[in-house]
Design a binder for this molecule. Sequence first.
Ligand SMILES: Nc1ncnc2c1ncn2[C@@H]1O[C@H](COP(=O)(O)OP(=O)(O)OP(=O)(O)O)[C@@H](O)[C@H]1O
Ligand SMILES: [Mg+2]
Length: 158
Amino acid sequence: MIKFKTTSPEQTEKFGYELAKSLCAGDVIALTGDLGAGKTCLTRGISNGLGSSSYVSSPTFTIVNEYEGGRLMLFHFDTYRLSGPDDFLMSGLDEYFFRGGVCVIEWSDIIDELLPEDSIRMTITGDGNNRLFVCESGEKHISYIEEAAKKAEAEIEE
Ligand SMILES: Nc1ncnc2c1ncn2[C@@H]1O[C@H](COP(=O)(O)OP(=O)(O)OP(=O)(O)O)[C@@H](O)[C@H]1O
Ligand SMILES: [Mg+2]
């Protein structure tokens, strides 16, 4: 587990931007945190870091938005309106995990039991401009997260 803090939306985006550089095809980033926590802000940074010039906003009419134009496809989910894991499966959304892109999932707790085992899990909390990121994943990704947090000059907590 690794924890770090950001103190502005720009810093959160920068972290995402740096992390994106080490992401691989099939990686899943599962985000939890309240409304306005910064999940979309982070996803925007990831998209830019993959090299896409699209502006990422919350998927409104669909559960998932697809972004191309970067090094890898980005599949950006917002599962807020899903009733649960069955809803996700019935819609065939789990197929996105095998499409060779990067999946970023907002409100991932709703489908937690369906997440691939090696998913990167991040919980974002905080208020004002401060955000605490608590990240859980395999060792390889933890070191990438640490590197990206350092590049973004985020304060890493012991
Ligand atoms: N350190 C920070 N990191 C990220 N966002 C921050 C930070 N400080 C302030 N903010 C603000 O918090 C808000 C985050 O909004 P964002 O849309 O990313 O949240 P979200 O978690 O996607 O919410 P929702 O669940 O509604 O989709 C923005 O208004 C952003 O400017
Ligand atoms: Mg959002």
